[in-house]
Ligand binder design. Structure first.
Ligand code: NI
Length: 255
């Protein structure tokens, strides 16, 4: 069974057929983790996790919305991560210097506060990184200790950076872009990394892989990411599904 480690299932693109979509995906998908982007979407992710045994969630402020994280909002994240069994990570958090929707100093501060919260709770972090490789790595190196671990979501960096991240206790997660024919460099990186440190995700409703590009994405399509990793590693797709499922359960602490 597949494990989609990252899907925004509260998105309005699912508002008219969410229950049908979930019934469909659970034919092939064992678990999905739904990460929040702010207080409202974190609450929505938690509500979905409460309603469906096969859904878990993460709570946190995305770098796009970092400037909106008040002290009251952070206190709510502290409460949820302490009391809610279905919260299995802090995320998605990180830095986005492509859109710069929040000032960079605010992004760095909010990212660091949430990393420290995850460390206090013994939870993994789910990291979004766009055009901010240097500062993401500088913050992780500074925060590095035995309590820091997590996931680099929708990975787009180099082999060398991935190797350093794995050494710090991180898993590398690949999404639809690794399936795109033009992603030759990303495919080379994915082929060189050990399957024991890889995860698969959809980032639904975004990043739909071929052959469905342009349509709404859903967690069942994480199969195409597994299929591409199998091709790159020259192993059976069942092997990739088995290993990435076990990896996801390990990092999120799901038995
Ligand atoms: Ni996401």
């Amino acid at each position: 069974m597949l494990f989609d480690t990252h899907a925004h299932l509260y998105d309005e693109k699912f508002q008219y057929d969410r229950d049908e979509m979930l019934a469909h995906i659970f034919e092939t998908v064992e678990y999905v983790v739904v990460p929040g982007e702010d207080l409202e979407t974190s609450a929505a992710a938690l509500a979905l996790a409460h309603a469906h045994p096969q859904l878990y969630c993460a709570v946190g402020y995305h770098p796009h919305l970092a400037k909106e994280m008040t002290d009251e909002a952070f206190a709510q994240l502290e409460t949820w991560t302490a009391t809610e069994k279905k919260v299995v990570a802090v995320g998605e958090i990180g830095l986005d210097y492509y859109y710069d929707n929040s000032p960079r100093d605010v992004q760095r501060d909010v990212f660091t506060r949430q990393i420290r919260l995850a460390k206090r709770r013994g939870l993994p972090v789910i990291i979004h990184n766009r055009d901010a490789h240097g500062d993401v790595m500088a913050i992780l190196r500074a925060e590095r200790d035995e309590s820091l671990f997590g996931i680099l979501h929708c990975y787009s960096g180099s082999y060398e950076m991935a190797t350093e991240l794995i050494g710090m206790g991180f898993y590398i997660s690949f999404a639809g872009p690794v399936v795109f024919p033009k992603s030759t460099k990303l495919k080379e990186v994915a082929a060189r990394l050990p399957l024991e440190k890889l995860l698969i995700e959809t980032d639904s409703p975004y990043l739909t892989p071929p052959p469905y590009r342009g349509r709404r994405n859903d967690p069942s399509r994480v199969y195409y990411v597994a299929e591409e990793l199998a091709r790159l590693h020259d192993v059976a797709v069942e092997e990739v599904i088995r290993i990435t499922n076990a990896n996801a359960k390990a990092v999120y602490g799901i038995a």
